[in-house]
Ligand binder design. Structure first.
Ligand code: 48F
Length: 270
């Protein structure tokens, strides 16, 4: 009997309420810490995750908000759920830096397991120091004197249920729209300003599939589209009226890296 009690003491007892309190304490501390940051990234697809890794590696404070429960965007499913992605030669080092095993498939094409690639991209961003909150959507931006100064966020469950619940805010020095095809943050800024850095001042709209062109333009189109707002990944081609591409992902990673470099240069210069 005494042995049993001693054993219980040694292992520690588990109180359900303490489990709840531990979650609340840590969440409150980390969420409060995130309310003032260097860079907010909206969307944890390959472009957002690559950008997060490079920014955090430079010591910048990075917070990612991802609408879905599972970060990774469109990378998990490879092509039509065949769990393989293709990258071109120029992007191979970006995969290898994250510990992703790459196979030379010949003719300048390289392949990787899409599940390994997504998981390692994700963990390398977190290991570099980026902080992520999942199930949170960026629903608006904050602006002061024609500059983006933060984001307005809400639980995606609130959004999905259509509940009328006011959001919360996070202040930052730069925002990356990495929301993929819908380019949601750029659409918000377009509606409010009509002054994006595109020929029409608006989101030009994504063109049809053409991987060869799309993979190149996605990097060229990456950059600042409004003071304090950067666009990366598929959103960059949607904003600038360039083609989509299929399950070839090198451009997404190169675009994420370019957005990070632009921001590092800009914030470093202040
Ligand atoms: O779509 P997604 O993977 O964007 P990406 O990083 O990569 C595109 C490729 O997956 C693929 C392609 C490659 O050739 O064309 O489509 O540009 O990831 C975007 C992420 O953003 C989240 C969304 O759930 C997804 O995980 N997201 C979208 N809108 C919001 C958001 C929002 N308003 N707030 C937070 N997250």
């Amino acid at each position: 009997m005494r042995m049993k009690e001693n054993e219980k003491k040694r292992q520690g007892s588990i109180d359900d309420i303490e489990v709840t309190r531990k979650i609340l304490d840590r969440f409150y501390r980390e969420f409060r810490e995130a309310t003032e940051t260097d860079v907010v990234i909206g969307g944890a697809g390959p472009a957002g995750l690559a950008a997060a890794r490079y920014l955090a590696r430079e010591g910048l404070k990075v917070v990612i908000f991802e609408r879905k429960l599972s970060p990774g965007g469109g990378m998990w499913g490879g092509g039509m759920t065949f769990p393989v992605i293709v990258v071109q030669e120029g992007a191979v080092p970006l995969l290898e830096e994250a510990g992703i095993r790459v196979e030379d498939a010949g003719g300048g094409y390289y392949t990787a397991d899409s599940i390994e690639a997504t998981a390692k991209l994700l963990s390398s961003a977190l290991d570099a120091g980026a902080r992520m909150f999942n199930a949170v959507s960026v629903e608006d931006v904050m602006m002061r004197n024609d500059r983006i100064t933060g984001v307005v966020i809400n639980w995606s469950a609130v959004e999905a249920a259509g509940l009328h619940v006011d959001p919360l805010t996070v202040r930052c020095r730069a925002v990356i729209d990495a929301t993929g095809h819908p380019a949601e943050i750029c659409h918000i800024v377009e509606r409010k300003t009509g002054a994006l850095a595109t020929p029409s001042g608006r989101v030009e709209g994504e063109r049809s599939m053409w991987a060869e062109v799309g993979e190149q333009t996605v990097v060229e189109n990456t950059g600042e589209v409004y003071p304090g707002l950067y666009v990366a990944g598929m959103a960059a081609n949607a904003v600038h009226g360039a083609p989509r591409m299929g399950p070839i992902f090198g451009g997404m990673l190169l675009s994420g890296r370019k957005a990070a470099k632009d921001i590092i240069r800009s914030l470093g210069g202040e």
